[in-house]
Design a protein around this ligand. Structure first.
Ligand code: OAD
Length: 257
């Protein structure tokens, strides 16, 4: 056990050194980083997709066919997200940005918790549940401005169907987010991957694209993933809310010299 802890500590120190000496470090985050904020992940034990069928509630054609049914699920998700607050993992990434060691975050999460923690450069790859979009006139609304008492909700200005401004299965990634993410991936020297199963495309391909461009990959996850053996140079096994504060402390110590 002692040796295992020593090895973990050494891996963390090595990761911190890589980050501190890189010209640009970026992070790719997934549902695992928000688990400690009481937002359940999609896959694995206790995941949302154990309870709901994503094809039925989170796919664009199902949404269009039966918006009230999808909305019942999406409303639940919105209520959970509204109550959630950033946890030590989000706060540590904000601290890393403040120290000058993290250029941006590409997140698959739709909870807005990175921004709430203080990160300034956050690329929302799958949108944000705190906004609604009209499928007719494309107008955006803060979610708190629209009542969800009657489902589905309709656009107050044109009467079109409203949808959370999130990417459902079968929908494309927002063009600006995709372009910005690709640029970040091209430029980064280190990519930190936190709390993602690495199974949903095109986000799942960003780590291998970074690696092909020569980036060093650090993965944080309690479980091994498809990315662990294929792209990760360092795998820090554990919960993001426990490992990221330690990594941020290492970086503070390096900064102070
Ligand atoms: P998943 O639910 O697929 O994976 C969550 C990952 O977080 C798993 O690898 C867990 O092992 C890990 N995990 C669990 N607890 C953790 C903790 N405390 N700290 C760190 N990691 C932890 O979530 P994503 O990979 O984000 O897409 O899923 C990607 C996309 O699939 C989502 O954005 C969503 C979903 O369907 C859309 O809605 C389009």
């Amino acid at each position: 056990m002692f040796w295992l802890n020593k090895e973990e500590e050494q891996n963390r120190k090595d990761a911190a050194k890589r980050i501190a000496s890189a010209k640009k470090t970026i992070a790719l985050t997934g549902a695992g980083i928000s688990v400690a904020s009481n937002i359940m992940p999609f896959r694995g034990k206790g995941g949302l997709w154990e309870k709901y069928d994503p094809e039925e509630v989170a796919e664009i054609n199902s949404f269009l066919k039966n918006p009230a049914k999808s909305w019942a699920f999406l409303k639940e998700m919105q209520k959970v997200v509204e109550k959630a607050r950033p946890n030590p993992a989000h706060i540590s990434l904000a601290k890393m940005e403040e120290l000058g060691y993290l250029a941006s975050i590409i997140t698959q999460n739709v909870d807005g918790l990175h921004q709430e923690a203080g990160n300034k450069v956050v690329i929302e790859f799958h949108g944000n549940t705190r906004r609604l979009v009209c499928l007719e006139c494309r107008k955006l609304y803060p979610s708190e401005d629209i009542s969800l008492d009657a489902l589905p909700p309709y656009c107050p200005s044109c009467g079109g169907l409203l949808k959370p401004d999130v990417v459902l299965f079968g929908e494309p990634i927002p063009g600006a987010a995709l372009m910005q993410a690709r640029l970040e991936v091209q430029q980064c020297e280190v990519m930190l991957i936190v709390g993602t199963s690495g199974l949903v495309e095109p986000a799942a391909s960003l780590p291998s694209a970074a690696k092909r461009n020569g980036a060093f990959i650090v993965e944080i996850n309690p479980e091994r993933t498809v990315l662990t053996a294929t792209v990760a140079n360092i795998f820090l096994q554990g919960r993001a809310e426990e490992i990221l504060p330690l990594l941020a402390d290492e970086l503070s110590a390096i900064k102070e010299g």
